[in-house]
Design a binder for this molecule. Sequence first.
Ligand SMILES: Cc1cc2nc3c(=O)[nH]c(=O)nc-3n(C[C@H](O)[C@H](O)[C@H](O)COP(=O)(O)OP(=O)(O)OC[C@H]3O[C@@H](n4cnc5c(N)ncnc54)[C@H](O)[C@@H]3O)c2cc1C
Length: 332
Amino acid sequence: MRLCSRRAFSGGSEIVGEIWAFSENVELLHELLSGAEELSKKLGASSAAVLVGDGVREVAEELGRYGADKVYVVDDPAFSAFSPEAYAEAIAQLAKQFEPSAILVGATKRGKELAPRLAARLDAGCATDCVRLEIDEGGRLVVTRWALGGNIAAEEVFLKKPWVATIPLRVFEKRVFEEKKCEVVESKVSVEKPKAVVVESKKKEAGAPLELARVIVSAGAGVKNREDLKMLEELAQLLDGQVGCSRPLSADYGWFPEWIGLSGKKVKPDAYIACGISGQIQHIAGMRDSKVVIAINSDPNAPIFKVCDYGVVGDLYQVVPALIELLKKRKK
Ligand SMILES: Cc1cc2nc3c(=O)[nH]c(=O)nc-3n(C[C@H](O)[C@H](O)[C@H](O)COP(=O)(O)OP(=O)(O)OC[C@H]3O[C@@H](n4cnc5c(N)ncnc54)[C@H](O)[C@@H]3O)c2cc1C
């Protein structure tokens, strides 16, 4: 099913401005720059990164390697702590001055706080969690997002610039442009002190982000006890991967800090091994772009078998130890 919702904002400019990329997540910024480079080529424009923070100037030059023609830098101690209001205001001031066509924002927690505030300041549209971005014949940005609980892919067309869109990890492939150099534009902005202040910050105890894992062994409610997760961890370790889970194991049992799915993390690994996951649409919405999906489920009618590449109808308590044994033998 194709749903097309058109956002009508009048007064668009015909000038093709740059395609900007912003994210505090370096990996995601590199991916967005690859996307910005791709889109800007289609438009006959150029790509640019935006850096806001304290001490960010020193990393500006290296962004050319990832596709930036230009890097706008706001390096000021006032931006040492992230504030969605202050950062949005800073980027909005730059955008009013340099008039980009698009601002691609990393769909991290911070990016999702920032993007709508930025769009509101620019009287622009904002599309969140875009999984595909294209330019139509009219030179407008068309984005695809999952909608209605992950059941449909909705296409949305921007009718007015600038286009503000948030994009999760793994939508674009990071590319390296060995010889590319970028122009650095140092800018000053004037931003009011944010109303909300950071009183204390604590480092989150967490491993590498799940979105970056090349292999994910994912636990579902078919896993009966918390101790049984050790077996999935062992399998993940043998495959150089990480363990993820469906929502009940996190939201209901509290075994994991986060889950995969529509209301959780969106992942796109090379291999996704679903262990005891039924495959409800809300879960599928978070992992459907995985390159290869392997499902282990004792119920032959489980919906996960409709979306997997390889399916094992069986008891995960037998299949997972057998896989571990096999992989251990191979590693010897
Ligand atoms: C608004 C909303 C948002 C949601 N967002 C998310 C989301 O982001 N992510 C998410 O995951 N869910 C989400 N859900 C919940 C979702 O609808 C499902 O309830 C959830 O995904 C089910 O998780 P599960 O597959 O692990 O559990 P179940 O549906 O209970 O499935 C367990 C599976 O394990 C199998 N099984 C049992 N024992 C074994 C065994 N020994 N060996 C092998 N297989 C076995 C069973 O056959 C069954 O298929 C959301 C729901 C709503 C309403």
